[in-house]
Design a protein around this ligand. Structure first.
Ligand SMILES: [Zn+2]
Length: 97
C-alpha cells in the first residue's frame, strides 16, 4: 500500500518492518541507527588502537628538528581522525546484518 508521500513502502532488509522511503535491500531508520551505533563503537576501538600505535612509533623515532613534538601531535590527531572515518565507513559496509 503506497504511503501518502507516493513512496512505495518496502520492508526493511533486517527486521521486515515497512517504512516509507526505504529502498529494496536497505535498512529501516531503527535498524540503521542500531547499525551506526555498533559501527561507531567498533571504529572508536580501531582508531584508538591505531592512534596508540602511531603515538608509540612517533615518540620512538622523534626527529631532532625544531617543533618535532608539534608535528608529532598533529600527525597523531590526523591519524585518529582519518582512521575513525575510514573504520566507521568500512564497519557500516561490512558489519553483519
Ligand atoms: Zn529494520
Amino acid at each position: 500500500m503506497p504511503s501518502p508521500g507516493g513512496w512505495a513502502e518496502v520492508p526493511c532488509a533486517r527486521c521486515g518492518e515497512r517504512e516509507a522511503g526505504v529502498a529494496w535491500g536497505e535498512l529501516c531508520s531503527n535498524c540503521l541507527k542500531l547499525r551506526k551505533r555498533r559501527a561507531n563503537r567498533l571504529s572508536s576501538i580501531i582508531s584508538l588502537a591505531g592512534t596508540a600505535l602511531a603515538a608509540a612509533w612517533v615518540s620512538h623515532r622523534l626527529p631532532a628538528i625544531p617543533n618535532a613534538r608539534v608535528y608529532a601531535v598533529v600527525l597523531v590527531v590526523a591519524v585518529y581522525i582519518i582512521l575513525r572515518r575510514i573504520a566507521t565507513r568500512v564497519a557500516m559496509e561490512f558489519l553483519p546484518r
